[in-house]
Design a protein around this ligand. Sequence first.
Ligand SMILES: Nc1ncnc2c1ncn2[C@@H]1O[C@H](COP(=O)(O)OP(=O)(O)O)[C@@H](O)[C@H]1O
Ligand SMILES: [Mg+2]
Length: 135
Amino acid sequence: MLAARTVDLTKVYGEGDAEVRALDGVTVEIRAGEFTAVMGPSGSGKSTLVHCMAALDSPTSGSVFIGDTDLADLKDKALTLLRRDRVGFVFQAYNLLPTLTAEEKRAPAARHRGGARLIRTGSGPSSTPSACGTG
Ligand SMILES: Nc1ncnc2c1ncn2[C@@H]1O[C@H](COP(=O)(O)OP(=O)(O)O)[C@@H](O)[C@H]1O
Ligand SMILES: [Mg+2]
């Protein structure tokens, strides 16, 4: 079973002389219930890949699936619900609330979906995140 996958994913930042092709045709499958590490030198596109896979950034072309859901089929509200209910994201060095513990940081999302559950990755009940990233 797949937690997430990409098909021919491309992400281009900027244009003209400033164009950076951060992802160039990436097809990858992330299996449920496993830890997957994305490794590569600084600037090779790791963060761009996990941002696109977590619906935090949009691809230039290609597809991202969370489970069977093609992110391209989702409008803003559905994307927000997917981010809230199916993705857990640990940011590398920003977007953190330094005064809160990890448990306190995830509490608002848990409250909004009506329950206090521990975040787990992998194949669990559909209410637990199916993908997790750091970038
Ligand atoms: N928002 C952005 N605007 C322009 N270029 C970017 C942006 N984010 C990343 N890049 C560029 O895309 C490439 C891949 O970056 P990134 O995904 O952060 O790599 P990694 O996480 O592997 O270090 C780098 O050349 C980086 O400078
Ligand atoms: Mg990075």
